[in-house]
Structures are given as C-alpha cells and as structure tokens.
Design a binder for this molecule. Sequence first.
Ligand code: NAP
Length: 371
Amino acid sequence: MLKVGFIGWRGMVGSVLMDRMKAENDFQGFDPLFASTSQVGQNGPDIGREIPPLADAFDIVTLSGMDIIVTCQGSGYTNKVLPELKASGWNGYWIDAASALRMTDDSVIVLDPVNRHVIDKALSEGVRNFIGGNCTVSLMLMAVGGLFQQGYIEWLTSMTYQAASGAGAKNMRELVSQMASIGNATAALISNPASAIHEIDREVINTMTGEEFQVAHFGAPLAGSLIPWIDSAMESGQTREEWKGFAETNKILHTRAPIPIDGICVRIGAMRCHSQALTIKLNKDLPLEKIIDLIGSANEWVKVVPNTKEDSLRDLTPAAVTGKLIVPVGRIRKLNMGPEYITMFTVGDQLLWGAAEPIRRMLKILLAYLG
Ligand code: NAP
C-alpha cells in the first residue's frame, strides 16, 4: 500500500485540508503517517482510525520511506527538508501548499479544474513536485477560467480585497482584537441612541490611532481601515503578491504567449474570503450572454450571480461565501470603454480553493495515477 506522509497538518491550511479529507472520506487506500516539527511523539489528528504517534518531520530516514509527502508547513520547511531528502536518493512525490517551489522548472502549480491537462502531462513526463498556487490567483482562475480556456482574454487587471487569513492565524486574531477594541471604546456611545455620530467617529479614530491598538502583525490598523500592500516589495514597484498574478497564472495555464495580468492587492477586514474586482479586455466583442455562459459553465463550483442589488447582497459577499466551495462571480457587465471591455466581481474562501482544496485533489489524482 502506498505510504503518504503529512507535514503541517495542524496549521491553518493543514487543518482545513484534514477537515476536507475527512468530509470526503479520503483517508483510505493508503497508509498515512503524520509528522510534526514541534510535537514529536504526541497524538496526530483524529482521522477515524488508529494512527501511530507523530513522527519527526525532520527525520530524513522516516520521510524517505514515504511514496508521497503532503506538506502545508511553509517554505522554510520545504527549502530545508526537500534538498536533504533528494540528496538521500528519495524520488517520491512532493505535494506542497507553500510558495517555495511554485516557479521552479521541475514543478507544476496545481488547480485541476483549470489545468488538469497540464497535471496529467507532467505526471506522464515524470514530474515529482506538485505545488498549490497563490490563493488570489487560484480563486481568480476558478472564477474566470472559462474565458482563459477559450483564449478570449487579451489582458486582465485585478483589484483585490484580501482577507486577514491570507496573512496567517496571528493576523486573524489581531483583526478580531482590533474590532473588539473599537467596539469596547464606543460601547457606551453606541448604546445611547442620543449620542452624536461625530463623537462616535472621534472615539473610533482615537482608538485606532492610539498606542494600545494592536498592530504588531499587520503593522497598521485593518479594522475600520484597509492596507494597500501585501507581501514584500519588488523592483518593478509591484508587491510580490501582485507579481504572482502574472507569473503564476501563466504558469498554471501553461500559456505559450504570456497574458498580461496586473493590479493592486489590498488587505481588508474580512476573515477568510478574498474578493476581486476584475477588468478584462477581450480580444473580440462577445455578447454578454455568451460571456456569462462561458464563465458559468467552466467548472462545477463557479456560480454566476445576477447583476442585481438583491442577488449581490445575498450571494456575493465574504459573509455569504465563507466555508463554502462555490466561487460566485457577479456584477458582470460591459464597461463604457468599449464592447471588448468587461468587469466583474468575485469572492472565494481562500482556505478552500485558495489553499487546501487543490492540494487534497492533487493527492487523489496522484493516488489514482499510481494505482
Ligand atoms: P500556520 O497556520 O502557521 O501552520 C504552520 C505550522 O505551524 C503548523 O503546521 C505547525 O507545525 C506550526 N504551529 C505552531 N503553533 C501552532 C498552533 N498554535 N496551531 C497550529 N499550528 C502551529 O501556516 P498556514 O497559514 O497553514 O500556511 C502554511 C503554508 O501554506 C505556508 O507556506 C503558506 O504560505 C501556505 N499557504 C497559506 C495560505 C493561507 O491562506 N494561510 C494559502 C495558500 C498557501 P508543527 O506541528 O510542526 O509545530
């Protein structure tokens, strides 16, 4: 029976992966081994059957007994352990949520509803590294993969509204603590219907700019505000998050002539759903009904939301989408720049299609391939 090692299973992405695998009854047909960088010998996750105590995630001998390793531990772990494993002669399959290997020549970025043909070709060519994509890129492709697949996109710009979870668990806690501080500071004023709005406003801004306000992880207030910078600076003037839009999309799609993609990535006070406003220049004037049909029929998770206030408020918000695999796309219309210019808004749970789900599905594809 194939042996599969899981590293990083208790982190944020890893725990969503465990939940999804349990929900889909995936823990069968292989021997799982769970490892940790910090809890060796303790109990692993509850997967509905007996499993050995946690192995040491740095033990190369143990890891080299695995046919497949699935890691959600992070790039530092990948950069340290994979070269040591390869040096030991290991030739197994590496499935990884971290970004470290995404752009290497010997890896494929996995998003099978969009690039199953790229994955299948790579498997037949002996590729061993299968890497989950950037959350924003994966969600954008789940939303408008239909237009890319038909070759209708000349260029695309994405203005993002990204959730706190993309920055990690500590940042999610910081967002909620910022919300609590603002709530506590204004509680008395809010409970008094006669209080003046300018007093509430002043109390909010005094709290947000005060020394007690928790900003250690984001570096600036996020609750009641936003942060127009995600990740590190690039020489181009983009942030690394913005750079990934072009680099990863074209790698996922395996485009012959790269499609220009760019935009501004912004952190907002949502918990775990990323949203994006897309502007697309098509290479021909398509009827709106055809555009909607191409978007809505691309995969079984994308869902077109009619361009009405009622539908948008009900179905096209982070609050409506959290915890769900659907990727709604709404506000679809032509722009007044010309008939080839279209806009739309999309939302997706970035811990599901943006992180854990492509990894879960890649493991299933690989297990089926290896028979
Ligand atoms: P994370 O929550 O920080 O977890 C990573 C590891 O931290 C865990 O596997 C665990 O390893 C250790 N850890 C220490 N204290 C912990 C605690 N109190 N609870 C749980 N785990 C704890 O990392 P992540 O956000 O899941 O990200 C993992 C990788 O996926 C990163 O490379 C990230 O860039 C990538 N990714 C993240 C997202 C996202 O939205 N967060 C999306 C796509 C890709 P031990 O058991 O070994 O101690």
